[in-house]
Ligand binder design. Sequence first.
Ligand code: HEM
Length: 168
Amino acid sequence: MNTLMIILRLIHIIGGVFWVGTSLLFSFFIIPSIRATSEVEQNFWGLLIKTHLAEAHGISAILTVLAGAGLYWIDSQGFTSGWMTSGPGLGFGIGGIFGFLGVITSILVALPLRALAETAAQIQGSPTPEQMDKIQAAQKRLGVMGRIDSAVLIIALICMATARYWRF
Ligand code: HEM
């Protein structure tokens, strides 16, 4: 069991670092920087699709949540023990709910990101008015969803990082 816990914790924490780290980096630094330099944005979104960042982001989110569910299952002895209503049990449980919500908000971020990358990849020379409309609409959705996603993931992270010390 000890080896399984170590493997699940490694997958969970490394996956979580990558998932939440890239989400926050995008929302707070990369998207605002690109908005400030509009000439590079089409190239940037076009190049981004080739790096498979969206796929890596999605896989890390799924691995984090699956390993987290496995850890919770082991800690709670299959959802039966009193640990679930203890301080740490509640903390990891609440954090887990926000983690699951984070998968949904991360998907809602990935959709406009993909739309942006695909539109940018189709641009030859200057964008047509229709392409510009698509880019602007996707950027707007990305800005809003990015902020919601960051808030949800920060709450999950705060609960996960502190749950072990919750005492009631
Ligand atoms: C945003 C997503 C998540 C992040 C960044 C994250 C991060 C972490 C971190 C850093 C720890 C180590 C805490 C410590 O040892 O004190 C941890 C532990 C844990 N996480 Fe998460 N987590 C996330 C999502 C989830 C989900 C969805 C679940 C499922 C219920 C979950 C269940 C757990 C459990 C049960 C532990 C304790 C493992 C143990 O007993 O050592 N986590 N998480």
